[in-house]
Design a protein around this ligand. Structure first.
Ligand SMILES: Cc1cc2nc3c(=O)[nH]c(=O)nc-3n(C[C@H](O)[C@H](O)[C@H](O)COP(=O)(O)OP(=O)(O)OC[C@H]3O[C@@H](n4cnc5c(N)ncnc54)[C@H](O)[C@@H]3O)c2cc1C
Ligand code: SF4
Ligand code: SF4
Ligand code: SF4
Length: 389
């Protein structure tokens, strides 16, 4: 029976709840704003289905990708609306052309990210773009299983830990499933996001939220809050406290500091990411419109990718890995994380973020040391792993 004694050991995938025959697992928010399972022991029959499906208890082996690309959509509008190169859109387009269904993440009416299905290309726009907040699967895994059994092609896009959970939940390989994950830094919870959002706009006043607005270029990591009265608030990385909290490891879910799905342990077919450092890896136009780093991890991934209309340049994996540590290394916990969450309900969120995001001399030293350690990690990863069949 699932029992969360250490919060690092739960990614919040809700797969345990989805398999429980007694429906005795519920999910509650903790004081940091992340969801965890709780078992009603009075109804539990000790069948251990929940333990068997858990992607933290049962990890897949690590591997190397089969091929790696610098890529983007040939459609300029789509590239602008997407976080990186718009490859998600092109894969979705290809899946729809065969009558398939896509499961991905859009905002709900309260500007929280939610999983939903999409059946038509004309409905896909709300699903474009990264929402840097944890979305929970709900009944997504069960719905996917039903469609797969009925022979429908399904593309699921999720964090690596959720793709691993879906694989465990399905128990067998389906030729009609395309499992896509992304290079994952980690996720903040809805509590931090909603507190931050409320400093600038009421839910009902917002017309659009973009975590990766490209008005000032792809590399700026700009957050856009667009109001119904046409006012636009754009926070570029320098003054984007929300994004800084995420990148500096202050606001993430505990499991993200010990991610169970790095090094391609998710068993995804394709991985999408931003191609940081692309200018050092391959000759490509430096137009700051967004380039995706794509890794193809399985033969099935290869065949889906070949059918999509994507501008692609093949690149050397070790070179790409040098600039994209999150493929294999978890985010580092910020030493002030505990203090930040202790104060989450006591202090103004902006003050709390600002106070705990100061970067000092010791942080710089630590950063340099971590870069050296990463060189060793990278070498070991390349040495010990093989490609999947
Ligand atoms: C929480 C998070 C952390 C990330 N961390 C990194 C990183 O460290 N390094 C890196 O290179 N790339 C990271 N990415 C991936 C990157 O931001 C882009 O999503 C990816 O490059 C795909 O871009 P695109 O232009 O092809 O598609 P986009 O149009 O940007 O598509 C984004 C896809 O991600 C899905 N999605 C959006 N938000 C969520 C969410 N909260 N949970 C699950 N799925 C979601 C959408 O439904 C869509 O399918 C992260 C993404 C997320 C959501
Ligand atoms: S052991 Fe079985 S009955 Fe008990 S919580 Fe887990 S899945 Fe449910
Ligand atoms: S990781 Fe998923 S399956 Fe495991 S305990 Fe947490 S919610 Fe349940
Ligand atoms: S960092 Fe790992 S545990 Fe955290 S959301 Fe991403 S895949 Fe899941």
């Amino acid at each position: 029976m699932i029992e969360i004694k250490d919060k690092h050991n739960c990614v919040g995938c809700e797969a345990c709840g989805a398999v429980c025959p007694k429906e005795c697992i519920s999910f509650n928010y903790d004081s940091e704003g992340f969801v965890y399972p709780v078992v009603d022991k009075a109804f539990c029959i000790d069948c251990s289905r929940c333990d068997k499906v858990c992607p933290v208890i049962n990890r897949y082996p690590s591997s190397l990708p089969r091929s790696v690309y610098a890529a983007y959509s040939n459609n300029e509008d789509i590239r602008r609306l997407s976080s990186s190169g718009g490859v998600f859109y092109e894969l979705a387009r290809s899946v729809f052309s065969t009558g398939g269904t896509v499961f991905a993440v859009r905002f709900d009416k309260d500007w929280n990210p939610v999983y939903d299905r999409c059946e038509r290309l004309e409905d896909i726009i709300p699903f474009l773009g990264s929402k840097y907040v944890q979305a929970y699967p709900g009944d997504t895994f069960a719905n996917i299983k039903t469609l797969l059994k009925n022979g429908k092609t399904v593309m699921f896009v999720g964090s690596p830990c959720y793709v691993a959970a879906l694989r465990r939940f399905l128990k067998k390989e389906y030729d009609n499933l395309l499992a896509v994950d992304f290079i994952c830094h980690g996720v903040p919870g809805t509590k931090v996001w909603q507190k931050f959002r409320s400093c600038y706009a009421d839910i009902s006043d917002l017309r659009n939220v973009g975590f990766r607005d490209k008005s000032n270029g792809w590399r700026q990591y700009s957050l856009l809050l667009e109001k119904k009265n046409d006012e636009k608030l754009i926070f570029s990385l320098k003054n984007n406290l929300y994004q800084k909290g995420l990148i500096s490891g202050l606001t993430l879910r505990p499991s993200c500091y010990k991610c169970p799905a790095k090094e391609f342990r998710s068993m995804s077919d394709i991985t999408l990411g931003d191609f940081w450092g692309v200018e050092n890896v391959v000759k490509i136009e430096n137009d700051n419109k967004g380039v995706s780093l794509i890794t193809i991890n399985s033969r099935k991934g290869e065949s889906f990718y070949e059918k999509a209309d994507i501008y692609s340049l093949r690149v050397d994996y070790p070179k790409a890995l040098k600039y994209n540590a999150r493929l294999i290394e978890s985010a580092h916990i910020n030493g002030k994380r505990e203090k930040f969450f202790n104060d989450i309900d006591k202090k103004d969120i902006l003050e709390n973020l600002e106070e705990n995001l100061r970067y000092g001399y010791l942080d710089k030293k630590l950063h340099k040391y971590r870069l050296k350690v990463y060189t060793i990690k990278r070498a070991l990863h390349l040495l010990k792993n093989k490609q999947r069949e």
